[in-house]
Design a protein around this ligand. Structure first.
Ligand SMILES: Cc1cc2nc3c(=O)[nH]c(=O)nc-3n(C[C@H](O)[C@H](O)[C@H](O)COP(=O)(O)OP(=O)(O)OC[C@H]3O[C@@H](n4cnc5c(N)ncnc54)[C@H](O)[C@@H]3O)c2cc1C
Length: 527
């Protein structure tokens, strides 16, 4: 049996690509290494009766176009959008709640600073206007730098026109903000440290960078393009983030795609020729007309392809593609809902909970990772998903999901297996400073280190976005300049994961964009 397309990896982008390819009539097979599909978007039992989104705890959000095209609601997708985006905690017991509703946020900000409350609406509106101009870039294939086609120029022209429509003030802001350090950007708008740090956190989320690193404002602009806000979204799905993957898997199967789990690909052969094959652990070899990799670029080109198949210059560039992971994840099964100091309404805990009260705190947390050490005062992005979806834990009990930065993949002293407990204790100590009774409530804890992210979840270097999302690995440069159109130097190999434009986060867009290009190549008989 020869498939039209074999997709290596059943992450959410692989599944999105499978849906679109199968819908366009191509015989499609997804091969997922793990026993469960979803990649970063999985829900797993962490303790009897307690299920948690093991890795991601809030989606990009997922592209509305993808949700509609694939009819995901019909395949069981139920979305949850809490009113609260983020609750930021300060060590003195004060807290600042940012809602989706700007008016409610202003009332909260007023408790800290009248100036900041005045600035906030314009900040929100400016990001929303700029986000609307950037949004079309997410769903387009980055243009070729060397030989832009008419279609490329047309697409860019449309974005250029929208840019001109922004007006002078926002045009200037957009051009100026991208390369800026996010610490500078937020300081221009606000005087409250807690607010500055909460916004700045979006610029460094998942990045080997601190708020004073150049280019970190890009993260805010990209978030605005995704959903009109500079704050990270708190959008999630019923059943945890695995609910998204399950709906995608159903949609893919309904469209005719086959999905095999516990099917690790060890080699991609002959992708330069007309007869590419993939080899599975155990030796089975399967033929296809094209292979589409949802694995990250380093895994794809440095582990699955024989180096002899690649030109040395390309290999060198790929070896220089940066993917130094700095994130660890801790998931807790809790005997009850912890009380956070100064937080009077449990509803305020329903979005993200931000711990990292000052810009300098975040920067110092990053400093440690530069020298191969995990932060002794880490930045934490916490959610309690069972508040929005009680089915995740037994009645009255909860699960807590903790994204921890910074935890460098390479430790200077010792190794991750030997230092796992020490690291876990630092994080719980930090939480205890805000929720004093939490330690006694822990029924079970799961600590996922960057090494686990590589070994168990297939993320090279433990990088959560399949590689840094800096200006030099962005848009027409993602993953490499000249190869940002989902095609690769190997004629019958494509990329469809977060290492391709528009990058990481649960959006489904790399998968959708890649499928469009692949289907076009089939239609135009280029393959
Ligand atoms: C700890 C953590 C927290 C995160 N938090 C968030 C968040 O809150 N919100 C958000 O939007 N994003 C978050 N992200 C980022 C998000 O998970 C990724 O951007 C997203 O998962 C990328 O999706 P993908 O389908 O491209 O790749 P992945 O989800 O990485 O999926 C790739 C799939 O390929 C499989 N695979 C790899 N190699 C092989 C092989 N050789 N053979 C077969 N299969 C293979 C893997 O097992 C995996 O299932 C987080 C990531 C991590 C790790």
């Amino acid at each position: 049996m020869i498939y039209d397309a074999i997709i290596v990896g059943g992450g959410h982008n692989g599944l999105v690509a499978a849906c679109y390819l199968a819908k366009s009539g191509l015989k499609t097979l997804v091969l997922e290494a793990r026993e469960v599909v979803g990649g970063g978007a999985v829900t797993e039992e962490i303790h009897p009766g307690f299920s948690c989104s093991t890795l991601d705890h809030a989606a990009g959000p997922v592209s509305a176009q993808v949700v509609a095209d694939l009819n995901l609601a019909r395949h069981g997708l139920e979305t949850i959008t809490p009113e609260v985006r983020v609750l930021a905690l300060a060590p003195d017991g004060r807290s600042l709640c940012i809602y989706n509703d700007a008016g409610r946020s202003v009332t909260e900000i007023e408790k800290f600073s009248a100036n900041d409350a005045r600035s906030y609406p314009e900040f929100v509106n400016s990001f929303s206007r700029i986000g609307r101009v950037l949004a079309p870039l997410l769903g387009m294939t980055p243009p070729s730098i060397d030989q832009p086609t008419k279609a490329d120029l047309w697409q860019l022209g449309k974005v250029g026109l929208a840019f001109r429509g922004l007006g002078k003030k926002d045009e200037y802001r957009l051009l100026r903000w991208g390369p800026m350090a996010v610490a500078d950007l937020v300081s221009e708008w606000f005087e409250t440290e807690l607010l500055r740090a909460t916004i700045a956190a979006r610029g460094i989320h998942g990045a080997f960078a601190g708020p004073w690193s150049a280019g970190t404002s890009l993260g805010l602009l990209w978030q605005a393009a995704l959903d009109g806000s500079a704050f990270g979204s708190a959008f999630t799905t019923k059943g945890g983030m695995g609910g998204l993957s399950q709906a995608l898997a159903k949609a893919a199967k309904a469209a005719g795609a086959e999905i095999r789990t516990s099917a690790r690909v060890t080699q991609i052969n002959g992708a330069y020729s007309d007869k590419p094959t993939v080899v599975l652990e155990g030796g089975e070899e399967i033929e296809a007309r094209v292979v589409v990799s949802n694995a990250d670029p380093r895994t794809t080109f440095l582990k699955l392809i024989d180096p002899i198949d690649l030109e040395p210059g390309f290999l060198l560039k790929m070896r220089n593609y940066r993917a130094p992971g700095v994130v660890a994840k801790i998931n807790l099964a809790l005997d009850g809902l912890p009380a956070f100091r100064g937080v009077d309404e449990p509803a305020k805990l329903s979005g993200r909970i931000h711990i990292g009260p000052e810009i300098d705190y975040l920067e110092r947390a990053f400093d440690a990772s530069k020298y191969g050490e995990f932060s002794s005062d880490p930045y934490l992005d916490v959610t309690i998903p069972s508040l929005g979806d009680p089915s995740l834990a037994p009645a009255g009990k909860h699960v807590m999901s903790i994204h921890v930065q910074y935890a460098p993949y390479k430790l200077r002293q010792g190794d991750w297996p030997g230092r796992r407990d020490e690291f876990g204790n630092i994080v719980i100590d930090k939480l205890e400073a805000y929720a004093s009774a939490i330690r006694e409530m822990i029924a079970a804890a799961q600590v996922i280190t960057p090494l686990d992210l590589e070994q168990k979840y297939g993320l090279s270097g433990g990088h959560i976005h399949h590689g840094e999302q800096t200006l030099d690995q962005f848009f027409t440069f993602r993953p490499l300049i000249g190869w940002a159109q989902y095609r690769t130097p190997l004629k019958r190999l494509y990329l469809c994961g977060a290492g391709a434009h528009p990058g990481g986060g649960l959006t489904g867009l790399p998968g959708a964009n890649a499928a469009r290009e692949i289907a076009r190549d089939f239609k135009e008989r280029k393959i």
